[in-house]
Write a protein that binds this ligand. Structure first.
Ligand code: SF4
Ligand code: MG
Length: 336
């Protein structure tokens, strides 16, 4: 497997009147060519901040990368100037956000926007850019691209707009695509179509995808590897099978048991994890999940657990993995 991105011990904080908010605390992961890594967690877990850090899209006034490296193609993106980062953005690493309107300019035709991206990163004539834009729109399934190219974003449905954004993101064949909740705003049928499209394009171009989502159904459909984030940390990471069938972390158990099952009895209530994530400006002592964890031991409220390797691909941060801890079995009905 060819590793293309490597994030090492990333720490990101925000500053507000209330003090420092430690949004990302010691996050590390790799991404390989052509694979999808899903980063999952509740809102506020630090998923989007991590994604924005990779793209250097954090607000400058109140945020800081305190520590860590983001290695990509022999460079450390953390140290890159904005100008150099600008060159990478769109051409080698692209991003797709939840709301396509944040990426589209409402006053410009769709065609012009796709062409601008093309011309910014590739020297090509107007005619070539036009032809390529029509091809791209066709590729992402926009009907009558020759006509639609002259229309404005408001003339497109939400799903069609997201297709355009994907076309823009893929215009320069990036090596990596960061997709932050790319289908959350769309209805289920359109969501499935967009995910299918992303998979197809990934196969075709061997793009690596970092998929940020809170939806484990989307993860199961898309990812080969999964990182579970909570309170700014990766609590558990592993292959799709390891996370879905041999999950070790009580937070992962909670997420999995709150996932609606395809064939489940829909009259039964979902079981979301009781409680709320901690205030990142006042983290509890010990394991950040301890206040919500029904398996918490005394030590959990005092010291943060270290990382335990369950397999070469599976890592978990939980005191239950310590050999001195009482043996706890994952709840019935989760995994295999
Ligand atoms: Fe629960 Fe303790 Fe594991 Fe944290 S370390 S998830 S509190 S058992
Ligand atoms: Mg988010």
């Amino acid at each position: 497997m060819e590793k293309i991105l490597s994030v090492e011990n990333l720490h990101v904080s925000f500053y507000s009147d209330g003090g420092e908010i430690a949004a990302v605390r010691g996050v590390s992961f790799d991404v390989n060519k052509g694979e999808t890594l899903a980063i999952v967690g509740e809102s506020g877990s630090g998923k989007s901040v991590t994604a924005k850090t990779l793209m250097k899209l954090l607000p400058k006034q109140n945020s800081i990368i305190k520590q860590g490296d983001v290695k990509y193609g022999g460079k450390n993106l953390v140290q890159l100037t904005n100008r150099d980062m600008e060159k990478l953005r769109g051409s080698e690493i692209s991003m797709v956000f939840q709301d396509p309107m944040t990426s589209l300019n409402p006053t410009m035709t769709i065609g012009k926007q796709v062409m601008e991206g093309l011309k910014r990163h590739r020297t090509m004539s107007k005619k070539t850019a036009y032809t390529r834009t029509v091809e791209l729109l066709e590729l992402v399934g926009i009907p009558d691209p020759g006509e639609r190219i002259n229309q404005y974003p408001h003339q497109f449905s939400g799903g069609m707009r997201q297709r355009v954004v994907i076309a823009m993101a893929l215009a320069c064949n990036p090596k990596m695509l960061i997709a932050d909740e790319p289908t959350t705003a769309l209805d289920v049928t359109i969501q499935a179509q967009i995910l299918e499209l992303m998979k197809e394009l990934q196969k075709k171009f061997q793009t690596a995808i970092i998929l940020i989502t809170h939806d484990l159904g989307v993860v199961a459909n898309m990812a080969q590897r999964v990182a579970v984030m909570y309170a700014g940390e990766i609590m558990e990471s592993g292959t799709l099978d390891e996370i879905f069938y041999q999950p070790k972390h009580p937070y992962t158990w909670g997420l999995l048991s709150s996932m609606p099952k395809l064939h489940a009895d829909r009259s039964l209530p979902l079981t979301p994890i009781p409680g709320t994530p901690p205030d990142l400006s006042h983290l509890p002592e010990g394991c950040p999940f301890a206040p919500r964890c029904q398996y918490a031991l005394k030590v959990c409220h005092q010291y943060e657990p270290g990382k335990t390797k369950v397999s070469t691909t599976h890592t978990v941060s939980c005191w239950l993995e310590d050999e001195r801890a009482p043996k706890v079995k994952k709840p019935e009905g989760i995994g295999g």
